[in-house]
Design a protein around this ligand. Structure first.
Ligand code: HEC
Ligand code: HEC
Length: 202
């Protein structure tokens, strides 16, 4: 019975893996990606901290964000202009291309004490503040759980900090109501510390 269950689980994973791969064509995405390079870097490893690294992010997550920018449910003046002319197939292809790139590692910032506080929050949450462990959804090494929970490892701290502030204020609300209530319970100091901590995850 155990053997059967693991076989079924293996087959299910294999099927999911195939559908994710089939969703986009990386070569076609690469051909469309020149316009993205100015901000996100040619391989999705952006240099400037306000532009997120998208290299190695799940393809379906990338396509969802592009779709959300196009529908206006995630708002950013720079990205709004970028997605206006993209078809759904373009989005899947761009997702497949950037997913196939390797993310450059980052470095944790802040004081040793801040890193300790942030690590505790990331790995264990806070029962006093009713905050679940970030790790539960974003993974112990920050790789995320595709396709729903994005990778946060090695991300620029300034970008992560802005996202958490946007979830907290409600400016970003395309997350199915998951991050809003979590971010709302984080202090500004927690947000800064955990963002600097995630930048060093790999
Ligand atoms: C002029 C600069 C600029 C260009 C060019 C640009 N982006 Fe962006 N992109 C941004 C900014 C800024 C954000 C973060 C917005 C925010 O703060 O929510 C972003 C966010 C994203 C995100 C969300 C990442 C995440 O972790 O949620 C994706 C995916 C993305 N861009 C893909 C693309 C693709 C694909 C292209 C090319 C078609 C592109 N971008 C072109 C500036 C740019
Ligand atoms: C129950 C699952 C869950 C937990 C727990 C969780 N997150 Fe998230 N997180 C999400 C989802 C869902 C999204 C957004 C997905 C989307 O936009 O499609 C997200 C998005 C994010 C983003 C934006 C990533 C990007 O590339 O734009 C950051 C940063 C983040 N979370 C940090 C945290 C931190 C820090 C904690 C712990 C304090 C945490 N999350 C706990 C589910 C979770």
């Amino acid at each position: 019975m155990k053997k059967l269950i693991s076989l079924v689980a293996f087959l299910a994973l294999a099927v999911v893996g195939q559908t994710l791969q089939a969703a986009g064509n990386a070569a076609a995405g690469k051909a469309k990606s020149a316009v993205c390079a100015g901000c996100h870097g040619p391989d999705g490893n952006s240099a400037a901290p306000n532009f997120p690294k998208i290299a190695g992010m799940d393809g379906a997550y990338i396509a969802k964000q592009l779709e959300d920018f196009k529908k206006g449910v995630r708002k950013d003046p720079m990205m709004a202009g970028m997605v206006a002319g993209l078809s759904r197939a373009d989005m899947d292809n761009l997702g497949a291309y950037f997913a196939s790139q390797k993310r450059n590692p980052g470095k944790a910032g802040g004081s040793a004490e801040n890193i300790k506080t942030a690590e505790k929050l990331y790995r264990g949450g806070s029962s006093a503040m009713s905050i679940p462990a970030c790790m539960g959804c974003h993974g112990p090494a920050g790789a995320g759980i595709p396709a729903r929970y994005p990778a946060v490892s090695g991300q620029h701290a300034a970008y992560s900090q802005k996202q958490l502030n946007d979830f907290k204020s409600g400016a970003r609300s395309n997350d199915g109501g998951v991050m809003g209530p979590i971010a709302a319970r984080l202090s500004d100091a927690d947000i800064k510390a955990v963002s600097e901590y995630m930048a060093g995850l790999h």
